[in-house]
Write a protein that binds this ligand. Structure first.
Ligand code: GLU
Length: 299
């Protein structure tokens, strides 16, 4: 589409967005709109913890902050065929193997996109045929993993520069049958023509394996901008237990969304973007996380 790039925001509807999520949403929108690009909204609702009411609340918050998007909202739950097709192609190329490791290990490696999973040690890749039959007889359904060369892959981030990581045997399909986050994000970004991925920097460690997955699927690798998170005073990811952390909390305290937006922008050294923001100077963003001190919801 004639030089116009495509960006996106991809929330998980497992609860209300906190103001750290909303700052990431603001920066994703700003990066796209500041360049006159299209901006898409993709709801990552494959996980069973997803709820339609959370999606509705998240979209309402984005609208209240003036963060618009193009076209209909895309839901991953409606695109299962696309992901199965990608898994099928990797399978046909001999690039997959079943993994019988425990649910807990698989959950750690796939369900929490925010935590860089430790590299999978390749346990099930080395099973003999007899061992595999033994595991199958146990009756627990396997996950499906990618056979990776175990090499270092480099990606370029507009803020962090060149980022390298060793690509492990990433989960493609969880043992509950759901396609795994690292697969669906790659398939969707390519299918939607996303050219720049803007998201929280907790996903930076997963980016080399996503770039590798794009390579083996013959898909283009997008540009990346990983923005700093907002952390609770205890240094953990911001959460409800840290107190008043949502747009609704700010509204209840008498702070209108326009003022919240101004404070979100100010926290990364930016002026209020207005309705048509100027180009975002990506490299000028801070890399350090912001520690939540409640000031965004204090009149
Ligand atoms: N859905 C993920 C989240 O809520 C973001 C995935 C991405 O932007 O690649 O953090």
């Amino acid at each position: 589409v004639g030089g116009v790039a495509v960006g996106r925001f991809a929330p998980s509807p497992s609860g209300p967005l906190h103001l750290g999520n909303l700052r990431t949403a603001l920066l994703a929108w700003w990066a796209a709109r500041g360049d006159g690009s299209a901006h898409l909204l993709r709801v990552e609702d494959l996980d069973p913890s997803s709820r339609p009411e959370h999606e509705a609340g998240q979209l309402a918050d984005l609208r209240a902050l003036g963060l618009d998007w193009d076209g209909p909202v895309v839901r991953q739950s409606e695109r299962r065929d696309l992901y199965e097709d990608a898994v099928g192609r990797l399978d046909a190329a001999g690039l997959t193997y079943p993994c019988y490791c425990t649910r807990r290990e698989i959950r750690e490696a796939t369900r929490a996109p925010h935590v860089a999973p430790d590299a999978y040690p390749g346990t099930c890749r080395r099973l003999t045929a007899a061992e595999r039959r033994g595991r199958e007889a146990d009756g627990r359904p396997p996950a499906l993993r990618l056979r990776s060369p175990g090499e270092e892959v480099a990606v370029v981030d507009a803020l962090h520069g060149v980022v390298r990581g060793v690509v492990d045997d990433v989960v493609l399909r969880r043992n509950d049958g759901l396609p795994a986050y690292n697969l669906v994000v790659v398939v969707d970004d390519a299918a939607q023509g996303v050219e720049e991925v803007v998201r929280g920097d907790d996903l930076l460690p997963s980016t080399p394996r996503q770039a590798h997955l794009a390579h083996v699927l013959g898909l283009p690798v997008p540009r990346y901008l990983h923005v700093p998170l907002v952390l609770g005073p205890d240094g953990s990811r911001l959460a409800k237990r840290h107190g008043a952390v949502t747009l609704a909390d700010a509204t209840a305290a008498g702070i209108p969304p326009s003022e919240v937006r101004r404070r979100l922008a100010a926290s990364v050294g930016l002026p209020d973007p207005g309705a048509t923001p100027p180009p975002l100077d990506r490299a000028a963003l801070p890399t350090a996380a912001t520690t939540w001190d409640g000031s965004w919801v204090t009149p």
